[in-house]
Design a protein around this ligand. Sequence first.
Ligand code: NAD
Length: 483
Amino acid sequence: MIRLHNFINGRFQAPASGQYLPNDSPANGQVYSEVPDSDQRDVEEAYQAAARAFQDWGRSSKQFRYEMLMRIADGIERRFDELAEAESKDNGKPLWLTREVDIPRASANFRFFATALLHFDAQVHSMEGQALNYTLRHPLGVVGCISPWNLPLYLFTWKIAPALAAGNCVIGKPSEVTPYTAYLLSEIVAEAGLPAGVLNIVHGLGGKVGQALSEHPGIPAISFTGGTATGAQIARTAAPMFKKLSLELGGKNPNIIFADANLDEAVRMSVRSSFLNQGQICLCGSRILVERSVYNEFRDRLVAEAKKIKVGHPSNPEVFMGAVVSKPHMEKILAKIETAKQEGGIVLCGGERAYPGGEAEGGYYVAPTLIENLSMDCSTNQEEIFGPVATLTPFDTEEEALALANSTRYGLAGSVWTENIHRAHRVAARLHSGFVWVNTWNLRDLRTPFGGMKDSGVGREGGFKSFDFFTEAQNVCVKIEGY
Ligand code: NAD
């Protein structure tokens, strides 16, 4: 049994409660580690340490912070194999995926924001003949970074790296469902020699640790990625204190496939966008809208490909899909599939728990599921499922496709598939979503703004947008006489 510790003021320590939560591996359902069940007392201790550390870190040179972040990135790369295995074990995702995506991206996040910091500078607005304005960007102080379980280290570092680079001290709260790589990160940070208190990692439940961060009067900003209902709860708590909030929330993303699309590519990428990471990526396309003249062909080809997907133990290099993250999450996905059937949905493939057997015995696996014959206003097409489940719906016109695509309360991402360049631009601009991909999916440039419209979030992260969030702008206007 592995016992994880909080990382507060540069020390590894037990939670104030002395209590731990069991943490299982979704690949086989076996408990293998214990996570600190921390509470407000641990958050307060972390806050005091971070506030002290901020006295120096907040005034440190960019070069010093750059070097520290690069050392953390080096540390992630040195422990690459261990991190990749830990992430796969903790989350249930295939090992090849953690090796190709999660862990490389975690070190890339540190390198990206370390180097971006060197290029982030004051803006100047000259009022010719009168004055010069320059805008300083100050770090905020002690900030809270709360992350979900679907891309554990990837999203945790996506927040922590820019927050630290901008000169803030951080209290990080990883998901209690997938705490393991965040714990390993605290070891890496200690090895890298980051000054004590600059980064603190407090493990535990959202209702205790996350809530304590949102409530803390000394913490002026929270960067949160997770569910829409949790985002609303954080906003309710934080708004009266006028905290800065960056909320990256849920999605119900459309893939719009026009008849003139390259169908080979549209089918290939729809398999990825529906089922990569077991469908547990906020950007996954869960509503596939297809122009009626190619609907049957596209559907039959997609179903044939989905049936070929190998589901199994995450360590098997041949599996495309591993386990979903937990037993309750698997049960939620299966219940949503039952609801879809009650709503008139026809299950074209999957629709049930998968039992790969062998070392995957006891794990939480769901077969890749495609469903058709549902109205767009039913709950299956309106509520996020966050699993390997996508629906197929035909449309007749561009207007109808847009109306269907924009009909949910979410607005995170969408993809448009067409060979008509005019239509591609037209439809992209009219989609109510923070991102649109044309003839691809999940192609990411870290400099671009990342975030959602409507109930998918508030604010944008990525590139200098992250620095805008993690700093306070201050304009200085200097009158110049005789200019
Ligand atoms: P969640 O909202 O249940 O939990 C996210 C984090 O918030 C966890 O660390 C949790 O402990 C914490 N938390 C829970 N209650 C809290 C509270 N009252 N106060 C403060 N923190 C609290 O989400 P999840 O189930 O871990 O993740 C899945 C969700 O995340 C999905 O809805 C998915 O779409 C979303 N997501 C969004 C993005 C994006 O960039 N928009 C990216 C990944 C995941």
